[in-house]
Ligand binder design. Structure first.
Ligand SMILES: [Zn+2]
Length: 144
């Protein structure tokens, strides 16, 4: 099985609560799935990521480039996110949570995602921050 990692679409509506020039770097950008770099203009605001439905749809904070973005430079699992412990939360085709897995930092994220997505009732995954619960990106099966 292959997987497809999806960032937030460039057209995602967001009402910025803060926009600034990053002086530290390292903010996980959901538009291009890499960490921000010093000097980049970034925005923090709430987003409801697509997929989950009804009570399972959640709104939370994300960082995005403030002045548009071309998206990820490569389609695979984002390298800047490998060092972060994550939760892969699993959803079925009706957008309801149906399980998940705690994912440690390292190189095994694709295998965990593929194992989860092999279950017939799992349609997609959301990668989320363990402590803050923030949405990072979605993972879909590439061949379903
Ligand atoms: Zn970006």
């Amino acid at each position: 099985m292959s997987i497809v990692v999806k960032p937030l679409e460039a057209s995602t509506e967001i009402t910025a609560t803060r926009t600034w020039t990053d002086e530290e770097g390292g903010a996980p950008l959901r538009c291009c799935l890499r960490d921000s770099r010093i000097g980049e203009r970034i925005v923090l605001g709430p987003v409801t990521p697509p997929g989950p439905v009804g009570a399972y749809a959640e709104t939370g904070p994300v960082f995005l480039h403030a002045d548009g973005c071309q998206g990820p430079v490569s389609p695979g699992y984002p390298e800047d996110f490998r060092g972060r412990q994550q939760v892969f939360r699993a959803y079925n085709g009706e957008g309801m949570i149906v399980g998940g897995a705690l994912v440690d930092p390292g190189q095994g994220q694709e295998q965990i995602a593929e194992r989860l997505l092999c279950a017939p009732d799992i349609a997609f995954l959301h990668s989320r921050n363990v402590v803050y619960g923030c949405y990072m990106f979605a993972i879909y099966p590439g061949d379903r």
